[in-house]
Design a protein. Structure first.
Length: 94
């Protein structure tokens, strides 16, 4: 991965911070969770900077990453809840 690609993603994150935070709040309805989601999105965007094409919209690319992270989190939460994992404590095991 080239420094130019990483710099481009960093610049995009700075420029679109407020919009990405608003979108995260829209998804999770909680400021703290939205900040966590944005942080995870920023990390994923940086790790995949080589896949970003500058001719496209950075905001669209980053919100797609965010949406995918959110969907994956929700799937895990639903599975956890459907199997009752939230009711299990570490003390239940010897």
């Amino acid at each position: 991965m080239e420094r130019k690609q990483i710099k481009s993603v960093c610049d995009g994150l700075k420029k679109n911070y407020q919009g990405l935070l608003r979108y995260a709040i829209f998804l999770v309805h909680n400021l703290d969770d939205a900040r966590d989601l944005l942080q995870e999105t920023a990390l994923a965007a940086l790790m995949n900077a080589d896949k970003y094409e500058e001719k496209g919209s950075f905001y669209s690319w980053a919100t797609q990453i965010m949406k995918n992270i959110f969907i994956n989190r929700e799937k895990k939460r639903l599975i956890r809840n459907s199997f009752g994992y939230d009711d299990i404590s570490p003390d239940d095991f010897p």
